[in-house]
Design a binder for this molecule. Structure first.
Ligand SMILES: [Zn+2]
Length: 355
């Protein structure tokens, strides 16, 4: 997918070919389905259906169950390397995804006796191999599954801080909000911030009720967790004060175009459209591309079609991905220049389309 072809292209082509950044994807949810099946077979586990047919899920909790099952398949340094390298290869080939920020949950591996060092060494191997082979970049975000208790979260952070790698620039918090309110993580997030790590958290997800994931969780993520970025954010639309604050703060929301349950898709599109209308900084992401049966090009097409957006909006999302990333300023500038040149070329090719 090179942006050098001067021939006319369609909007559909354009949405596929433009360079993209994914700042909200999870390791297990990005695992190539054939690899997931192979690992399950090797582990002697019979799956309810092939990983390629996982989506759609009965509900969010069925997805979480299969996602956690996937964590039990990764044991060796080379397993972690393979999974992330394949995910980056697929992102590039399917969606021209040039930069990725990937969540992974150390606690599930550590609980099975796999040292954090093994996990991070494998992931760094895979990220560096992808950079060598295809020139794509990736940062890693160790993330707490929010059902972890406070002591467990501190132990995970201890491991992160004792094994620093350039690829690890920040931490995250994920899983069902009802299982762990953000305030539980105030102390661990403070320590992470003091150690120079950036911070994000899943918040105000629409697969939770308003009581489970209230708009006030957004304020907690800013005030107690010191978040630099927020993942999702839809439920905050129910509170006009929170919407105003989000606009004033100007921090990016990493929205996810396609929800885990099919019944939630239309509502999700409406929420993203409203966040954009309200002037909130938004990026488009996949969350779990392989496990949601999508990729970033497919997600761009889906959200643009549903919201009636064209090439100008897609261009803004492409560049917003760069701006929202946790790359350092030099890398960001370089990527922005590369993206702008590619978007200009593709914009010219799109304008040449007589349709
Ligand atoms: Zn997520």
């Amino acid at each position: 997918m090179q942006a050098t072809d001067a021939a006319a292209i369609t909007l559909d082509d354009y949405l596929g070919m433009i360079p993209k950044v994914e700042v909200h994807a999870h390791l297990i949810g990005s695992m190539r389905p054939s690899t997931y099946d192979e690992f399950a077979r090797n582990a002697g586990i019979e799956l309810p259906r092939s990983a390629a047919a996982f989506y759609p899920y009965e509900d969010f909790y069925e997805f979480l169950k299969l996602s956690r099952l996937g964590t039990t398949f990764l044991n060796r340094r080379e397993d972690f390397a393979r999974v992330i390298c394949e995910a980056l290869e697929d992102g590039l080939n399917l969606a021209n995804q040039r930069h990725t920020e990937m969540f992974f949950n150390p606690q599930y591996f550590m609980a099975r006796g796999i040292p954090y060092r093994t996990v991070i060494d494998g992931l760094c191997d895979g990220v560096r191999q992808a950079r060598r082979l295809w020139g794509v970049s990736c940062l890693l975000i160790p993330s707490f599954g929010r059902q972890i208790d406070e002591r467990g979260a501190h132990e995970v952070l201890d491991a992160i801080l004792a094994n620093r790698e350039d690829e690890v620039v920040g931490i995250g918090l994920d899983g069902a909000e009802r299982d762990g309110p953000p305030e539980r993580f105030a102390a661990v997030y403070r320590r992470a911030g003091q150690a120079g790590l950036k911070r994000t958290a899943h918040v105000c997800e629409d697969n939770q009720t308003m009581a489970e994931a209230p708009p006030s969780n957004f304020a907690t993520c800013l005030d107690l967790l010191g978040c630099d970025r927020l993942d999702h954010g839809y439920n905050l639309l129910a509170d006009s004060d929170m919407v105003r604050r989000a606009r004033d703060e100007g921090k990016y929301f990493t929205t996810v175009a396609l929800a885990s349950a099919e019944v939630r898709r239309a509502g999700r599109f409406r929420s993203i459209a409203r966040m954009v209308e309200e002037g909130l900084p938004v990026t488009i992401n996949t969350d779990n591309p392989a496990m949601f049966g999508t990729n970033l090009a497919h997600s761009y097409r889906a959200v643009c079609t549903a919201c009636g957006w064209g090439h100008q909006e897609a261009r803004r999302f492409s560049l917003a991905g760069v701006d929202a990333s946790w790359l350092d300023d030099t890398e960001k500038q370089r990527l922005r220049a590369e993206f702008t040149a590619s978007l200009d070329t593709l914009g010219t090719a799109l304008a040449a389309n007589p349709d």
